[in-house]
Design a binder for this molecule. Structure first.
Ligand code: ADP
Ligand code: ZN
Ligand code: ZN
Length: 663
């Protein structure tokens, strides 16, 4: 008898056994339809065996093989096994989750999708208007010299140093030799711009674009083009790393420090870390590019596991890094968030017909609506969080669960008519600026203004053409965009992160500020950055002003080493949510005693999340640490096996390996 072990996306389960029959000639890597209960499901054959633990009389045959997509290769399945093992998730969920939704369903694939996927490229040749600089050329050569074997590079280049140009040239080299390249980028909102740049650089190449916002048909077609080998370049967000790429010859991760590479549900993988493993398995180089490396990556470079390639200068001749200055809020008082210095600087730009960007990392009008008579403030009924006031559409909105409410006219507890909006977000900043500069064209860019994808792209193009004077924006404006007329960046509230208890807050602040600062002065005009702060002498701002990432990283790493934080220890979090906090805490306390804890591993006491309630569930977590990754992995393996077997139903739980967020 031959038994097929089939990966199915069934909660808590691993593999299911089916009989292999002469009629159903399924091989490892085939997608198959199998009976499951009274229905059918799509799964992937991941193993074959001579016998099953299930009685032969109960074993059912697979129904049919799906031949509408390429067979999944052994090396891709090996990658899936690694991910499932490392992130402690069932193989079925991992394998099925890596397929586009259409290939998990029983519906047959329309012929047009298959045909679209087959069309190969004309000629994947690079068309570039730039002559590479000396530094760029050397960098490309180093990467090309590693062709055909695993090597990890940190491409550490200041903003505007021409990293993208290096990716394109390195990709061109592998395409010349018939390889495929995989390029990962952090955010969907960035993809259209970068995609346009890739398409312009390789006009005849086949570029498969992959991200979760794509419709079923284009996503499936792109996946098939990658997996079938027709695509020269696979460009996408973190999920693109899960795509089969049979002739993979180079992996690029742009903005490798970006936290959006981490998946926050299901298989909680790091797209960046997975990319490195992927390159290792494929035996090809991987390039991690950024101006502000994650401290994990920086430490890897210091220890020689990654080779650092530096681009210390801006690429455009004459373009300088911006001058960064702190505005001391203890000396200059800010009115509605703006210091006189910042307002004056915006005024100068307006007079010179240059652009300014005002950065504030909070959308909405004001984060708090409160009554000063009785102390009431508008809170979310489902979360431990305040509702954010949104003026433009007259709503109160929870940024955690999405709940909405109308703005009350009077205080619901004391009837006071005078409710105060406290603090500020992008909408209020826009209003303040409009008051000071009534003739200026002000454009706000945040997730509310950028709901529709095409619209954001059009707005950004307009800005680049000079159709705006002042931009007000969040993180969404911080990266990737190239606005030649932008010469001033003002940062309103930078201090929150300095006071945060999250040890990663400083790293994120530095990266964000370096990114926003990087928007200024990218072309001929010199750029200036004004950071409003009450801590102008803070080492973070000093390092930022000197564009000295290395000094910042050295100080941070010394702190982390002293305090026993990553990258010097490895972590996992066990999180639980339940209707009542006590249930979640009890689950975690029991979980901590479920298996013996080896000496090299520390299991800490459970603690409630800061935002304890979220969408009606109360949440707690416990942290596990070890100086040894293998020891932590071995412990997690035993532990998760027991957890999957014994967890009570009323508690939702998950393990997060290498967690980066703890709120
Ligand atoms: P990064 O990805 O490091 O931010 P980019 O690749 O976007 O940098 O390059 C920044 C700017 O410099 C772009 O406008 C790009 O067209 C230009 N650029 C890149 N390489 C060169 C070069 N060798 N000569 C002139 N301009 C260049
Ligand atoms: Zn009141
Ligand atoms: Zn809420």
């Amino acid at each position: 008898m031959r038994v097929l072990r089939v990966a199915l996306d069934v909660p808590l389960a691993t593999l299911f056994d089916y009989m292999r029959t002469p009629e159903i000639d399924a091989e490892i890597g085939d997608r198959v339809v199998v009976p499951f209960g009274t229905r059918s499901r799509v799964g992937v054959v991941v193993e074959e065996a001579a016998n099953s633990t299930i009685d032969a009389s109960k074993l059912r045959p697979a129904s049919r093989v799906l031949a509408d997509a390429p067979r999944l290769s052994a090396s891709w399945l090996e990658f899936m096994r690694f991910l499932a093992g490392y992130y402690q998730r069932p193989l079925g969920e991992t394998v099925m989750g890596a397929l586009p939704p259409r290939l998990r369903s029983l519906k047959p694939l329309p012929a047009k999708v298959r045909d679209a996927a087959l069309a190969a490229s004309g000629s994947p040749q690079l068309v570039s208007s730039h002559t590479p600089s000396e530094a760029q050329a050397q960098t490309v050569d180093r990467i090309a010299a590693a062709a055909g074997r695993y090597a990890a590079f940190l491409l550490h280049g200041v903003t505007g140093s021409g990293k993208t140009e290096v990716y394109l040239r390195a990709i061109a080299r592998v395409l010349e030799r018939g390889g495929q390249a995989l390029a990962l980028v952090p955010e969907i909102s960035l993809t259209p711009q970068l995609e346009a740049r890739f398409r312009a650089a390789f006009p005849a190449a086949r570029i498969a674009v992959l991200h979760s916002a794509l419709q079923d048909v284009p996503r499936t077609a792109a996946w098939l083009a990658a997996a079938g080998g027709a695509a020269d370049i696979v460009l996408g967000t973190r999920l693109a790393v899960l795509t089969p790429v049979p002739r993979l010859a180079l992996v690029v991760v742009d903005e490798e420090h970006d936290t959006s590479f981490k998946q926050q549900e299901g298989l909680r993988y790091s797209g960046r870390d997975a990319a490195v493993v992927r390159a290792k398995l494929a035996g090809c180089p991987v390039v991690l590019g950024t101006a502000t490396p994650s401290l994990e990556t920086w430490q890897n470079a210091l220890e020689g596991r990654y080779e650092r390639l530096a681009l210390p200068e801006r690429a455009v001749p004459g373009a300088q890094l911006p001058a960064v200055r702190c505005v001391d809020l203890r000396r200059e008082s800010a009115e509605h968030g703006f210091s006189p210095s910042l307002l004056a600087a915006v005024g100068e730009r307006l007079a010179r017909r240059e652009q300014s960007l005002v950065f504030i990392n909070r959308r909405g009008y004001a984060p708090v609506l409160a009554c000063h008579a009785c102390g009431w403030s508008a809170g979310c009924l489902r979360c431990t969080a305040r509702l954010v006031l949104h003026r433009t559409d007259r709503r109160l909105r929870c940024h955690y669960c999405g709940d909405e409410a109308p703005i009350p006219r009077t205080c619901p507890t004391c009837g006071n008519l005078d409710l105060k909006a406290m603090g500020r977000g992008t909408q209020r900043v826009e209003e303040t600026l409009a008051g000071h500069f009534p003739a200026a064209r002000i454009v706000r860019i945040d997730r509310d203004s950028a709901r529709r994808r095409g619209e954001l792209a059009r707005t950004l193009e307009g800005i680049a053409r000079g159709e705006a004077d002042v931009l007000v924006g969040t993180q969404l404006l911080a990266k990737g965009h190239d606005f030649p007329l932008l010469t001033l960046v003002g940062v309103l509230d930078a201090d929150g992160a300095l006071l945060s208890t999250d040890y990663r807050a400083a790293e994120r602040l530095f990266a964000t500020l370096a990114q926003v600062a990087g928007r200024a002065g990218r072309a001929q005009h010199a750029g200036e950055v004004l950071v409003q702060t009450r801590y102008p002498e803070h080492p973070l701002f000093r390092a930022l002003a000197r564009h000295d990432y290395a000094a910042f990283a050295e100080a941070q790493l010394a702190e982390r080493r002293g305090a026993g934080f990553p990258p010097f220890v490895h972590e996992a979090a066990l999180r639980a949510e339940a209707p009542k906090l006590a249930q979640a805490m009890q689950f975690l306390q029991d979980a901590a005693r479920l298996v013996p804890v080896p000496d090299e591993v520390q299991v800490y006491d459970p603690v409630p999340h800061v935002i304890t309630r979220r969408a009606d569930l109360e949440r707690a977590q416990l942290l596990v640490q070890s100086g040894s990754r293998p020891a932590l992995q071995a412990f997690l393996r035993d532990w998760s096996e027991r957890l999957f077997a014994s967890a009570p139903r009323q508690v939702r739980w998950h393990l997060d390996v290498d967690p980066i967020e703890f709120d």
